[in-house]
Design a protein around this ligand. Sequence first.
Ligand SMILES: Nc1ncnc2c1ncn2[C@@H]1O[C@H](COP(=O)(O)OP(=O)(O)OP(=O)(O)O)[C@@H](O)[C@H]1O
Ligand SMILES: [Mg+2]
Length: 328
Amino acid sequence: MDAFIELDGVEKVFDVRRRTGFLRRERRRVRAVDGLSFTVARGEMVGYIGPNGAGKSTTVKMLTGILTPSGGRLRVAGIDPARERTRLAHRIGVVFGQRTSLWWDLPLIDSYRLAHRMYRIPDARYRENLDRLVELLGLEALLDVPVRQLSLGQRMRGDIAAALLHDPEILYLDEPTIGLDVVSRTRVREFLGELNAGRGTTVLLTTHDLQDIERLCSRVMVVDHGRMMYDGPLAGLHEAGESERTLVVDLERELPPVDAGPEARVVRVEGPRQWLAFPASVSAAPLVARIAAGYPLVDLSVREPDIEAVIGRMYAGRETVVPGTGNS
Ligand SMILES: Nc1ncnc2c1ncn2[C@@H]1O[C@H](COP(=O)(O)OP(=O)(O)OP(=O)(O)O)[C@@H](O)[C@H]1O
Ligand SMILES: [Mg+2]
C-alpha cells in the first residue's frame, strides 16, 4: 500500500506552566500525542475522532509542520513536515474550522489573490480552480464581501476554497462543519465527498459530528489521550463498543414483558408496544420467530445501534480496543 501519510510512534509533549498561587507556578507536562502510529493511503478519506483534548488538532498541526513532534517519525508525501514545511505546503491544504485563514478585513477575493501569488499558482490554473470552487461552494455573491461580514457557514466555504486553490493532494480538515446549519453542513459534505471521489484528494477529517463520518468515511480512527483507540471500518465500531440493536414489537394488547430467549431482554414497555435490546452481532430472525410463535404479534421493526451511543461508551470506557481491520 502506498502510505501517503505515515506516523510511527509520534509523540508531542507540551510543557505548561500554571499559576497555582501568588508567585507560585507549577510545571506540568502534557502528553498531547502519546505514541501514535497509523498510515493513510493516497486517495483515502479517513475520519479522525476523539473527545475534547484527545490530541486531534495537535496531530493535524504536526502533519502540516506547524508543530514539531517530540518523538517518533512522521512523513507526509515522503516529506518531514517540520523540516520542510514550505515544500509540503504546496502539496497540502488545511482548514481549521475554529480559525480562519482568510484576511478578516479584506473582501474574500483578496485572500484568494494572495494565495495565487503565495503559492505561485499558474494564472490559467488559478482562474480555472477559482471558477470551479466558486461554483461548487456557492461563493459567487460573496467574493466582494469583507470576510468579517460573512456568516460562519459562508466563511467556512470560503476557507475550504482557499485551501484548495493550489490543487493540494492532501486536505486536512479540523472540524469543517462546526456550528454550521443543516443546509450548509450538507453542502460542505457533498463537496468533500465529490472532492475525494472525483479528484482523488486524500482527506483526513477531524470532527465531532458523527454524521460527517457516517456520510463520508469508510474508515475511522478514534484517539483518546493521544493514543489510538480504534482504527478500522465504521461498522466495526459497533462490535468494538459492544453495541446493541433494538427490536420494537407491537402486540395486539398490553402484555407482561415477552420472553424472546436468553439473547434479548425487554428494556421498555408502553401499552401494547415493547422494546427488546439484543447484541448487534446476533441475528434478529430467531428472536422474531420466537415472539411470533408465542405472542399475538401485529408489527415489528429493528433499530440499528446509535453510533453516538457506541462512541460515547467508548470514550467513557477508555480502554484500548484491538482494531478489527485497518492499520494502526
Ligand atoms: N500549545 C499548547 N500548549 C500546551 N498544551 C497544549 C497546546 N496545544 C494543545 N495542548 C494540550 O494538548 C492536549 C490535546 O489538545 P488538542 O487541541 O490536540 O485536542 P483535540 O483532540 O483537538 O480536542 P478538541 O476536540 O477539543 O478540539 C490538550 O490537553 C491541550 O490542552
Ligand atoms: Mg481540536
